[in-house]
Design a protein around this ligand. Structure first.
Ligand code: CTP
Length: 453
C-alpha cells in the first residue's frame, strides 16, 4: 500500500525553505498532499500580512511535479479531519512547530524537520514596498485606526489632515505620524499613496473624489456616500483611475463573518428565508454629531452594518420601507424592512435614541444562525436546528476592536495590485449605500410608503 504524507503551510512568496521541506516530506512516502491555508484561516490565527492570494500560493505548489495533491486548510481542527479522510500515515512540519502537533500522534506518525536556515516569508515580505497612508480626520475613529495600523505590516501612516491645528498637534504627539496638514490640497500633494477618510459623513464623498483625482487609493469610513448615485460615481472614478476604493465597514473583513458567509453558502441552514439584525447605541448627549450633524440619525450612523449582513446574505434590496421615530427631524430609531429577490426579507433595526438587543438571526428551511450581541463585532455564532441537542458553535476571537482586518484587506489589495475586494465588492457597496441614500433623498419614506428602487 502506498504511504501517504501530508504537510501544511501558508507558502507565501514561495522560497527555497518551502521547497526543501516539501522534498523531504515526499521522501517519507509515495503520495504527498500539501495543505495551503486560506486567507480567512490565516487572518483568524493572527497572520494578517500574507502577500499573495490563495490561488497564487496554490499555483506555486501545483507546479512541483513531486506534489501529488493540493488542498486548502480552512479551519482549526481540520488537520484531524484530513488525516482520517485521506488515510494519512505521516504528518510532516518544520521544527518551528516542535511539540505543537503532538496531539496528532493519536492518528498518524508526526515528524518535525529542521527548517532551512536564513529564509522565511516574513523576511521576504519585509522587502516589499510599504504603502504610505494619510488620514483625513483626527476624531475617535481616526485615533483607533492609527493604533490598529501598527499591527499591519506594509502600511505606514505618514500624515494627517484636519482644519484644526490643535487637533493635528495632539494627533502627531499621540501617534507615530510624521506630517500634519490643515490644507487638503497640500495633504493630497504630499508623499502618500493612500488615504483613509475619517471625516464627518457629509465630507466622505467629496473628499474621496478629491483623493482619487489626486491619484490616491481610498479607504473611506461608512457610509461612503449619502445621496443619489454617488457610490456608482465614486466607483467608476476609482475604476477609471485604476485605484482602489473600499468602504470601511469593519464587520465585512472579520474572519468569523467570512466563516459565517461560507457556512451559509454551503447550505448549513438550507434555503435562507430572512435576516434580522439590530444595532443600537444610545447617544444621550444631543449636542453630539450623531444627533446634530446634517447627516446624523440612526440610518446614517448605524445602518451600514445590518444592511451589510442583509445584502451579503440576500442580495440587493428590491423594495424598501423605513419605519422611523424622529425628534427635531432626526431619526433616533428606525426599522428598515427590505424585500429581496424571491420574496426574502431583511429586517434591520437601528437606533441612537432607543435601545434593543444587538443580536442577529438568520432563518433557513433547515435551521437558523444566531449571532449574539454585539453581532457586528462578530466573534462567535451558533447554528441551531429543530433538535435542541444539535448545535454547531463557531468561534474566532480577535484582539483590539478589529479595524486591523479592514486595514489588512486594503493593504493586501494595494500590494497585490487588485482593485476589488471579494469581502466587500462594488455591488455590495452600491447596494448598501442605495438603501441609505434612499432615506436621505426622500423624507417621505419615513411615512412608511413603500418605495421600489
Ligand atoms: N519552512 C522551512 N524552512 C524555512 C521556512 C519554512 O522548513 N526557512 C517550513 C515551515 O516549517 C513549514 C512550511 O515550511 O513546515 C511552511 O511554512 P510557512 O509558515 O508557510 O513559511 P515561513 O517562511 O515560515 O512563513 P512565515 O515567515 O510567514 O512564518
Amino acid at each position: 500500500m502506498k504511504k501517504r504524507v501530508i504537510t501544511y503551510g501558508t507558502f507565501d512568496m514561495f522560497h527555497v525553505g518551502h521547497l526543501n521541506i516539501l522534498k523531504r516530506a515526499k521522501a517519507f512516502g509515495d503520495y504527498l498532499i500539501v495543505g495551503v491555508t486560506s486567507e480567512e484561516y490565516d487572518r483568524s490565527r493572527g497572520k494578517l500580512n500574507v502577500a499573495q492570494d490563495l490561488q497564487t500560493r496554490i499555483n506555486s505548489i501545483k507546479k512541483l511535479s513531486f506534489v501529488d495533491e493540493v488542498i486548502v486548510e480552512h479551519h482549526k481542527g481540520q488537520k484531524i479531519e484530513d488525516i482520517k479522510k485521506y488515510n494519512i500515515n505521516t504528518f510532516v512540519i518544520g521544527d518551528d512547530w516542535v511539540g505543537k502537533f503532538d496531539y496528532l500522534k493519536k492518528y498518524c506518525e508526526v515528524i518535525y524537520l529542521p527548517r532551512t536556515e536564513g529564509i522565511s516569508s516574513s523576511t521576504l515580505r519585509k522587502g516589499l514596498k510599504t504603502t504610505r497612508i494619510g488620514i483625513i480626520g483626527t476624531g475617535r475613529i481616526a485615533n483607533r485606526f492609527a493604533q490598529e495600523c501598527t499591527y499591519v505590516n506594509g502600511m505606514e501612516i505618514n500624515s494627517v489632515f484636519s482644519r484644526n491645528i490643535d487637533n493635528i498637534k495632539a494627533f502627531l504627539e499621540k501617534h507615530n505620524v510624521l506630517y500634519g496638514f490643515n490644507n487638503l490640497n497640500d495633504f493630497l500633494d504630499s508623499d502618500i499613496e493612500a488615504v483613509y477618510v475619517a471625516s464627518p459623513h457629509e465630507h466622505h464623498f467629496e473628499q474621496s473624489k478629491q483623493a482619487l483625482n489626486a491619484g490616491k487609493h481610498v479607504l473611506c469610513e461608512k457610509p461612503g456616500t449619502l445621496k443619489d448615485y454617488e457610490m456608482k460615481e465614486i466607483l467608476s472614478l476609482a475604476k477609471s483611475k485604476n485605484l482602489i476604493y473600499l468602504e470601511a465597514i469593519k464587520t465585512a473583513y472579520f474572519p468569523a463573518f467570512r466563516k459565517l458567509l461560507n457556512e451559509l453558502e454551503s447550505g448549513i441552514i438550507g434555503d435562507i428565508i430572512d435576516v434580522k439584525a439590530t444595532f443600537t447605541k444610545l447617544i444621550e448627549d444631543e449636542n453630539l454629531r450623531e444627533w446634530n450633524s446634517p447627516y446624523g440619525g440612526a440610518v446614517n450612523e448605524m445602518a451600514s452594518y445590518p444592511l451589510l449582513l442583509a445584502i451579503k446574505v440576500l442580495g440587493k434590496a428590491q423594495s424598501i420601507n423605513f419605519y422611523d421615530q424622529k425628534k427635531n427631524g432626526v431619526d433616533y430609531s428606525n426599522n428598515i424592512l427590505c424585500l429581496h429577490d424571491e420574496n426574502k426579507v431583511s429586517f434591520s433595526t437601528v437606533g441612537i435614541g432607543a435601545k434593543s438587543e444587538g443580536c442577529a438571526v438568520i432563518s433557513g428551511t433547515k435551521g437558523y444562525v444566531y449571532i449574539p450581541a454585539p453581532w457586528w463585532l462578530t466573534k462567535r455564532f451558533y447554528v441551531r436546528f429543530e433538535d435542541p441537542n444539535k448545535e454547531y458553535d463557531f468561534s474566532y476571537d480577535f484582539e483590539g476592536d478589529g479595524l486591523r482586518y479592514e486595514i489588512a484587506e486594503f493593504a493586501s489589495l494595494i500590494q497585490r495590485g487588485q482593485k476589488e475586494s471579494k469581502m466587500l465588492s462594488y455591488d455590495d457597496m452600491i447596494n448598501i449605500n442605495e438603501v441609505i441614500s434612499l432615506y436621505n433623498n426622500n423624507p417621505d419614506v419615513g411615512k412608511n410608503d413603500q418605495t421600489i428602487i
